[in-house]
Structure formats: C-alpha cells, structure tokens
Design a protein around this ligand. Structure first.
Ligand code: NAD
Length: 365
C-alpha cells in the first residue's frame, strides 16, 4: 500500500483531481490518499493558502499529486506552487511533451522531455517594489557599483543563476537521457545578453556534458529555440532550461501536442516528488465539468512510474491513449471544433478511460 498526498487545488482542480483518482484506482494499484486542501478557499478559511499540515503530509509520504492552484496576479500571497518547490527543494521540473494519436494538432511524431530548473532564476522571488526606500537605495548602489543608471521609478526583480543549481538540473537531464535511451540534450539560454547568469548556465552545462560523451549536446538561444520548436520540433529530444524560459517554452511545447489539456508534469527533488499538470486552475470553467482531466491523469502515469508501479502506469497511459485515439468520449479541447456538441465532460471522459482500463485488465488476465 502506497500513501500519497493528494492536493485537490481550487478552480477546476477538484474536478480533475476526482477524475484522476478514480482512473488511478481502476488500475488496481493500492493507494491510501492523504487528502490535503490548499489554495484560495483554504486562504479564506485558514489565512494561508499553504498550511503547514500540507507540507508535513508531503514530507511524511514523500510523494504527492496536486491539481492546480490559483495565484492572484500582482497582489496577495505568493504562488503556492513556487512555495512548495522551494520548501521541498523540488529542483527538477520534468515535462514530457508527447503526441498522442487523435489529438488535434498541426504536428505529429513529437516526443520531447523538458527539464526546467525549478529553484533558481527570477522565481526566487527577490523583488523590490517601485518607489520603496529599499528599492531607491538599491538603485543608488547599482549606480555606484557599475555606473549603470536605473530609472528611479523602476521596480526590480533579481535573477540569480548558480553553478550548484545549474549543475544538478543538467546532471539530472543527462541521467534521465541515459536511463530512457534518449540521444540528445539541448540547453536553452540567452547567454549573448545575460553573460553572468545565462552565460554561467551554458558554461556549467557544457562542463557537465563533458562527462557524458555518449549523449549529443548542443545549445540554442531561447528566441531561436521558440522558432525552431514551431518549425521542426521533431529534431528535439531532451531540453534543459533555466526556470523562466522553461516555464514559457513548456507552454509552447504543450501547444505543439494539442494544448494544456494533455501536458503532464513532475517536480522532483532528492527526497520528495510532486506530480501536477502544466496547466493552471482554469477558473472560468470552475464547476462546469468541462475541462480535460488528461494532463493530471498523465501526471499520475508519471507518479506511478516513480513509485515503481510500472504495470499500472502502462495500463493507465494505454487507456488514455486509446480514448484519445477513438476521439468519442473526449472533452471539448480534443474535438475538431471547439463547439462540438458531442464533447463530453471531465467525469464522462474519466468514465471512458476507466472502461478502457477494465477491458485492458480483462485482456491481460
Ligand atoms: P490556465 O492553464 O488555468 O488556463 C488557460 C486556458 O487554457 C484556459 O482558459 C483553458 O482555455 C485552457 N485550459 C487549461 N487547462 C485546461 C484543461 N485541463 N482542459 C481544457 N482546457 C484547459 O492558465 P491561467 O488562466 O493563466 O491561470 C489560471 C490560474 O492558475 C492562475 O491563478 C495561475 O497562477 C494558476 N496556475 C497554477 C498552476 C499550478 O497550480 N501548477 C500552473 C499554472 C497556472
């Protein structure tokens, strides 16, 4: 029996969390779910969107699966997602980008894995608010240090990139490539402009690559990477990126394989792991039983692999792939036209996946 923390999230999170849980249970894998509420509704009740009990639960169980949580823009509390990654040192954000037959996409044959650094870069959250005394003091100091003039009415965000954090994400990507028979690593940066941050990322990655001569290594400037991914995505295998570019490029890649509804993710550290969809809480669809549960279900596929439930993981992935390929019991985003009246809801798509799991289990018995 595995004990796993389940965070249902907010917005459309709870609907897809239930769908995911039902599909995982249908595989027959034995899981005791430790359900921990977090997010906007919890903030209203408990004064914090991320109570300590949630962190304690993940620390105890080591593995969690999390539906999306809303982050207020430009005010209020900081992102729960970022806080969890920081607190548990989940430095690898792994986002597989795989094309499933039947998905509405201009592309086929895409099978990329993104390794996004998850703890460094602009996401460390060191920010100086415009007009505040500390901000003005910092602007003065910067002028003294290197004669650069920053306008007094600026807000400032700090972008640290360290050797240690770069090394461990690049090493994780190489180890993953070897374990999964991948051939090439592409490191993505803007080192031509940010020499002391992105330049450090690139140089550190190059050094790590020297220890893995069996894997091809190359680099791309992030803007060029965005274009290349749109023009010839089939040329890419494993991408390694600093935090911010990783976030942006993984949404671009989700677009290549049919959108956010089918893009899963994993946040992994040396001790703990949290699995979650790439997409957010899509609050405008809250309570409508409308959004696609696939991304979170495919995140559960990754989770099952992580806890060595290979068989359950394969059955779940096969069932999802079959339902998408058939194209009948799928949500609106997987239909040819967005207003297709034959689209089913979140729970009906989960029902179809469960039906398929039962058939596969019968065929295998
Ligand atoms: P979003 O991913 O929630 O939604 C953007 C659009 O993508 C939606 O309007 C919808 O059209 C589509 N979409 C997303 N998920 C879908 C699904 N499962 N099925 C079908 N269509 C889907 O992005 P947003 O609107 O920018 O963010 C909403 C909130 O979620 C914000 O508060 C943001 O901070 C938060 N967020 C949370 C996480 C997380 O918890 N890991 C990740 C990203 C964003």
């Amino acid at each position: 029996m595995h004990k796993i923390t389940l965070i249902p999230g907010d917005g459309t999170g709870p609907e897809i969390a239930i769908a995911m849980k039902r599909c995982v249970e249908a595989t027959g894998v034995k899981i005791e779910w430790d359900i921990q509420e977090a997010g906007d509704d919890v903030f209203k009740k408990e004064g914090t969107p991320l109570p300590q009990r949630v962190i304690d639960s993940i620390k105890e169980n080591k593995v969690a699966i999390k539906a999306p949580i809303t982050t207020p823009v430009a005010s209020g509390y900081r992102s729960v997602n970022v806080a969890l990654r920081k607190e548990l040192d989940l430095y690898q954000n792994i986002r597989p980008v795989k094309y499933y037959n039947g998905v509405q996409s201009k592309y086929e044959n895409i099978d990329i894995v993104i390794f996004r650094e998850n703890t460094d870069d602009l996401y460390v959250g060191i920010e100086f608010e415009q007009g505040k005394p500390n901000t003005l003091e910092l602007i003065k100091k910067i002028k003294e240090f290197n004669k650069q003039v920053i306008s007094d009415d600026s807000g400032i965000s700090i972008k640290p990139i360290s050797i240690f954090k770069t090394k461990r994400i690049v090493e994780a990507a190489f180890k993953y490539a070897i374990k999964h028979g991948r051939k090439k690593i592409t490191v993505v940066h803007k080192a031509n402009i940010m020499k002391h941050t992105d330049g450090l990322f690139l140089n550190t990655a190059r050094e790590v690559a020297n220890s893995y001569p069996g894997i091809e290594f190359e680099d791309r400037i992030v803007d060029n990477m965005a274009m290349q991914l749109v023009q010839k995505p089939e040329q890419y295998d494993v991408l390694v990126l600093p935090n911010l570019y990783g976030d942006i490029i993984s949404d671009l890649c989700a677009g290549l394989i049919g959108g956010l509804g089918v893009a899963p993710g994993a946040n992994i550290g040396n001790e703990y792991a949290i699995f979650e969809a790439v997409h957010g809480s899509a609050p405008k669809y809250k309570g409508l039983n409308k959004v696609n549960p696939t991304a979170l279900i495919l995140s559960a596929v990754l989770m099952l692999r992580h806890i060595n439930e290979e068989k359950a993981s394969n059955i779940l992935e096969e069932a999802v792939a079959d339902v998408i390929k058939e194209g009948k019991y799928v949500t609106y985003d997987l239909k040819k036209g967005r207003n297709d009246s034959t689209a089913v809801g979140t729970s009906e798509m989960a029902d179809a996946i469960i039906g398929r799991i039962e058939t596969i289990l019968k065929e295998n018995s």
